[in-house]
Design a protein around this ligand. Structure first.
Ligand code: FNR
Ligand code: 8K6
Length: 350
């Protein structure tokens, strides 16, 4: 029984979703070399327009946010025009789509933005990650530069400009990527934020950058079109720290006051438990956040439907199964068998 997934859902005064199944943001590394979305990407997203809301693959706000090859951008006129082709195709197929706005922070690599002449990697603190860029193993991560107060102000502006560009490109709203160990998340965890100024140490300070980005974007495009993804449980390119709990205890109620379109958990498997969160990330957020919450992470339609019935979250995002099944929503609705996802599917855009 998955009937509840097919109820309409009013996100806020402006947006009504035709069902509760979201397509999760999925990096595919298929933009062209100018980081412009292609026609193949427009076709790929349009095939998934039966979902209540598509969240685009993470899209960089400026050149030094790039950490993987051929990830799309939203900072040049050509990129905005390319995205307009995508949003037109999705709207024509009666879908809705948000842009996920991304800066990878210390996981960026100057290899990708050497044409800008900059070789700096921007992060809260000069604390690097081990290892190298996936599928480009010769590129080892660099020790980042701790951003100055002026650079932080510029980053906030650049997020807001990218959000305005997203609206210009026809997106229905934006999801700020505040999860999975990238720039915003780096401010929110002690492993990556060792600052001693007004952006570090205390929960209010460590939450400051995230809230500044949220507020700048909401002021530019409206709180009702602004959403955020967070990972209270550190799990990707990040070591967890018991002190991180207090940061999210402060941040999440602050977000609730902003009346955003939704809050989305960033995780691969919602069954993961974090001792400092007393369990799952989604249960922790649900206990202190009373507005629209999106759950994700290794759910099937059946387990996701049950979680919604049990009030664990309001909307279900589906990632890998949507790569394997462009017609995921129709298959679930008709009770038909799904194709199982495998990593080899990442090499082509179907
Ligand atoms: C992801 N995920 C992800 N998350 C995000 O916030 N932005 C992104 O661009 C990506 N990119 C991405 C690419 C690929 C290939 C995978 C598999 C995952 C995480 C994704 O949104 C989701 O949280 C997880 O895939 C867990 O959901 P499923 O796949 O178990 O339904
Ligand atoms: C090419 C860059 C893509 C960036 C997004 C990450 C995609 C990873 C896909 C593999 C999924 C495996 C799950 C790994 C979970 C890590 C948490 C412990």
């Amino acid at each position: 029984m998955t009937d509840n997934l097919f109820q309409t859902y009013a996100l806020n005064g402006t947006l009504s979703l035709k069902n509760r199944i979201l397509m999760a943001p999925l990096t595919r590394c298929m933009a062209d070399d100018e980081l412009v979305p292609t026609q193949a990407m427009a076709d790929y997203y349009a095939r998934r327009a039966e979902s209540g809301l598509i969240i685009s693959e993470a899209t960089i706000i400026r050149p030094d946010g790039q950490g993987y090859p051929n990830t799309p951008g939203l900072f040049t006129p050509a990129q905005i025009d390319g995205w307009r082709v995508v949003t037109d195709a999705v709207h024509k197929a009666d879908g809705k789509i948000f842009a996920q706005l991304w800066h990878t922070g210390r996981v960026a690599h100057p290899h990708f933005y050497q044409s800008t002449g900059s070789s700096d990697v921007m992060a809260p603190s000069a604390a690097g990650v081990e290892g190298s860029v996936p599928r480009m193993r010769e590129l080892t991560y660099q020790v980042p530069k701790a951003v100055s107060i002026e650079e932080i102000a510029q980053l906030v502006q650049d997020y807001a400009q990218a959000a305005a560009n997203a609206i210009d490109a026809g997106f229905d709203g934006v999801e700020i990527h505040g999860a999975n160990g990238y720039l915003i998340d780096q401010f929110l965890h002690h492993d990556s934020n060792r600052r001693t100024d007004e952006y570090g140490q205390a929960p209010e300070n460590m939450s400051r950058f995230a809230l500044e980005v949220v507020d700048a974007i909401a002021a530019r495009i409206g709180n009702d079109r602004t959403a955020l993804r967070v990972s209270p449980g550190a799990y990707f390119n990040m070591a967890g720290d018991n002190r991180d709990r207090a940061v999210f205890d402060y941040l999440i109620p602050e977000l609730e006051k902003r009346d955003l379109a939704f809050l989305h958990i960033g995780i691969f498997d919602d069954a993961m438990e974090f001792d400092y969160l007393d369990g799952r990330a989604s249960s922790y957020v649900r206990s202190i956040y009373n507005k629209t919450l999106v759950g994700v992470g290794s759910f099937t339609a059946e387990t996701g439907s049950s979680a919604i019935a049990e009030d664990k979250f309001d909307l279900l995002a589906i990632g890998r199964p949507f790569i394997a099944n462009p017609d995921y929503v129709e298959l679930v609705r008709d009770g038909k068998a799904l194709v199982e996802y495998s990593d080899e599917m990442l090499t082509s855009l179907v």
